[in-house]
Design a protein around this ligand. Sequence first.
Ligand code: FAQ
Length: 333
Amino acid sequence: MYTQAMDLAPKEERKAVRTVEEAELEARFEARIDAGDFIEAKDWMPEHYRRTLVRQISQHAHSEIVGMLPEGNWVTRAPTLKRKAILLAKIQDEGGHGLYLYAAAETLGTSRDQMVDALHAGKAKYSSIFNYPTLNWADIGTIGWLVDGAAIMNQVPLTRCSYAPYARAMVRICREESFHQRQGFDSLLVMMKEGTDAQRALVQDAVNRWWWPSLMMFGPPDAESPNSAQSTRWGIKRLSNDTLRQKFVDACAEQAQVLGVTLPDPDLKWNAERGHWDFGPIDWAEFWRVVGGHGPCNKERLAARVKAWDDGAWVREAALAHARKQAAKEQAA
Ligand code: FAQ
């Protein structure tokens, strides 16, 4: 059920015999990838490259859109006008990121409606992280610090992805994510340094709950990541799941000291020989349970997206009717 292979043809059809011309095109494509060229939408590309990108970009777009929900839960309860304005701006940014990414995926020949249908039918994935609840105000700062922090770590290398429309979208998205991470860290810092004991306890509680799911955002270990080898070969992925996860742990271990919070991992310690922070085992059974649709909020998130889509039908219909009227007017003129 939970696969993104929504428009994969049956296996027999995919085995279609390659013509000499296709073999030449493919060799030229591989040479361009080897030379570090960017691939544009109208360039020839192997079908598997196209499908891999649609899979990844649509998952990424869905993550941005579903990712608005956990934070949206706190818009009406933000503690000050300033925090509310920041939160609103951040959530709007996530919506914008989803739209750029759907547009980037559309350049590969898959329509937004197809992608949205796959999400609503439970066939398309979105990041596991957004299936966890936001229980207290410190969850919002923690999402900024850890979730946006993990998102940037993963997304900066994507600005050099071999598919140019995706790489270009990522440049702007990363700039905005950087502001998101900073506002989260700032919000937590204020609670930790100027807050009450009760506020500091809220921050620690939020960090305890979000730390491990944030590490899972980078995907399964390299040895168990079926898509990594090919995506790396094609320059879609520039750094591996485990490499990015380690970079994230290294950054957060230092930042946690500045904040004065404890990361909930008794095995977290500096390893001078490796020049990295060691960390404890990740519960991959939990990760796969959440990815498989059985996390704490999967049902709620999907239901909220389907309801928002259904409730917005009249807007889409009105926009189409307006466009038809305008076109008819122009034709008559
Ligand atoms: N959750 O072989 P790999 C954000 C799936 S945006 C769910 O390693 P790949 C902004 C994977 O799809 C966050 N599923 O796969 C924000 C594959 O299944 P499939 C999203 C996951 O593609 C912040 C299977 O496991 N970012 O946070 C996850 O080479 C705050 C095997 O995995 C992106 O999407 C997961 N965590 O590497 C918004 C970045 N991990 O498709 C609001 C772009 C893996 O074969 C608030 N994506 N899976 O059925 C990527 O960089 C890659 O797709 C990875 C996975 C690294 C996520």
